[in-house]
Ligand binder design. Structure first.
Ligand code: NAD
Length: 492
């Protein structure tokens, strides 16, 4: 940040004040105070970053993979050493509580660790003698210049879903973080600068739509990774692929959880409290709809009402606080409007999180945990991603009915079930239309060594983030068929 409170871009190994004509404010959502100003960088700055990346690529792809991962090992240690500072920054710009910010960073660091396995992960395969004396090999080569565009809700973790795999496999990478939470990326790149990557290998360009469009249209950018809302994911996917790029675009979600009568109610409601209200519901894996089956209805509804009403809401760095604010005033208004809409569609507002103030933080964008009972499965609320601390309840008589409700939606990020029955769990795993499944788990976030496997309107593309998928996404396969006849070689 410069002395005017302006955040900087990191291009060609140097911190630079942007030439942007417009800056956005970076707010603390708990206080509504401005903490910094983020440049909405013009296309020319994207071009400068791409040119520097293209120049660096020549040497970086020729750097042995074992050497390419050395700065990643260093980055892992730097992230560990600075974890508390980064987590405080996440809380101050994103609103989640400190423990959630630490948890997010742990999941990010896990991706750095997995990418350090690139010498094995990016190996190809071969056959000797596909015909007599002829061998065939598949090798993986990096793409060149690649970029990621990331959302506000995990400012530390989501850039690390992409960045480590991209550079470990030999690409040069540009990050365009969310303009709502750019301070965490600034810290990440301060550590990247120390970790010892050559200039141009990793770059940070702050900005908004114009910056994104410049990346999507730049002929030298070979691949785009995106995480954000579904309408923007669709837009980015269409424009990137129309321009001949690879794209992996993760979108929004509306995650259902089925609660069977044989579930352990105490564990289920405790886990569901975190799943629905953790990170103020601003998680793409947040439980948004709970569907009880049969006799689970009354005990679960009562227990969830207690969980919702008793969660302590406030500023995420204050002791004992269990849930922070939502990201902006617009978000707060949108979530409150959706609660109103649910009520209009016939739901009973059992716990109402609207119009609450937190002492000392009266200007913060707080919505308290909200529980809506009897949400109309055909209504707008059942379909819309709320992205706030709101849990909708529906009730079914059988597991078949519950699974039909689970599958009656456009998204497919996650679906969970709580049950004591292996047979019911297996049926659910088999039939639920979602890419991430939780069984007696409330937030089925894949570890870094599995792909983050959203489906349907939650994902556009083929290869997902993390792990083998990340390595495949950032490499192109080359197949070599070779013959070395004895008679062509000098005899020794
Ligand atoms: P968003 O779509 O508003 O923004 C995401 C990124 O796109 C930002 O960097 C932003 O600058 C850019 N952007 C926004 N509008 C654009 C436009 N018109 N043209 C080009 N670029 C644009 O998303 P958000 O509000 O930051 O994040 C919340 C959303 O992200 C939720 O829908 C959530 O479910 C989703 N999300 C999904 C996953 C997943 O894994 N599927 C993970 C986290 C968040």
């Amino acid at each position: 940040m410069n002395t005017n409170g302006q955040l900087l871009n990191f291009i060609n190994g140097r911190w630079q004040t942007s030439s942007a004509s417009a800056y956005g404010d970076v707010l603390n959502p708990a206080t509504a105070q401005v903490q910094a100003h983020v440049p909405l960088s013009p296309g020319a700055e994207v071009d400068a970053a791409v040119q520097a990346a293209a120049k660096a690529f020549h040497g970086w792809r020729r750097t042995p993979v074992g050497d390419r991962i050395q700065p990643l090992f260093k980055l892992k240690n730097l992230l560990e050493e600075n974890l508390d500072d980064i987590a405080r920054t996440i809380t101050n710009e994103c609103g989640k509580i400190f423990a959630e910010s630490v948890g997010e960073m742990r999941r990010g660091i896990e991706n750095v660790e997995v990418a350090c396995g690139a010498p094995v992960l990016m190996q190809g395969y071969n056959n000797e003698d596909i015909a007599s004396g002829i061998d065939e090999h598949m090798i993986r080569q990096p793409l060149g210049v690649v970029a990621a565009i990331t959302p506000f809700n995990f400012p530390g973790m989501i850039p690390l879903w992409f960045l480590p795999y991209a550079v470990a496999t030999g690409n040069c990478f540009i990050l365009k973080p969310s303009e709502k939470v750019p301070m965490t990326s600034q810290m990440l790149f301060e550590l990247i600068e120390v970790a010892g990557f050559p200039a141009g290998v990793l770059q940070l360009v702050n900005g908004g739509k114009e910056t994104v469009d410049a990346l999507l249209d730049h002929p030298t950018v070979r691949a785009i990774s995106f995480v954000g809302s579904t309408p923007v994911a669709k837009y980015v996917y269409s424009r990137a692929t129309a321009n001949g790029k690879r794209a992996q675009c993760q979108g929004g979600a509306k995650n259902p959880v089925v609660v069977m009568p044989d579930a352990d109610m105490e564990t289920t409601t405790r886990i569901m409290g975190d799943s629905a209200f953790g990170c103020a519901g601003q998680r793409c894996l947040a439980a948004s709809v709970a569907i009880t089956v049969g006799e689970a209805k009354h005990p679960f509804t009562e227990a969830m009402a207690d969980v919702a009403a008793s969660r302590k809401v406030g500023y995420g760095l204050d002791e004992g606080v269990q849930m922070g604010p939502v990201i902006t005033a617009e978000s707060q208004a949108r979530v409150e409007r959706l609660i109103e809409q649910g009520a209009r569609e016939g739901a009973n507002v059992l716990v109402d999180g609207r119009n609450h103030k937190v002492g000392g933080y009266e200007d913060g964008y707080f919505v308290f945990p909200t529980l809506l009972d009897g949400v109309n499965p055909g209504g707008e609320l059942a379909k819309t991603e709320i992205f706030g601390p709101v849990l909708s309840l529906m009730h079914a008589n059988t597991v078949e009915e519950a699974i039909a409700l689970v599958n009656n939606r456009a998204y497919g990020n996650m679906a969970c079930i709580f049950t004591g029955s292996g047979a019911v769990a297996r049926k659910f795993r088999y039939e639920a239309d979602a890419g991430n499944i939780g069984i007696n788990i409330g937030v089925a976030a894949p570890m870094a060594y599995f792909p983050f496997s959203g489906w349907n309107e939650s994902f556009f593309g083929d290869l997902h983030a993390q792990s083998h998928h990340g390595v495949e996404f950032y490499t192109q396969t080359k197949v070599v068929v070779e013959r070395w006849p004895q008679e062509w070689s000098r005899q020794f």
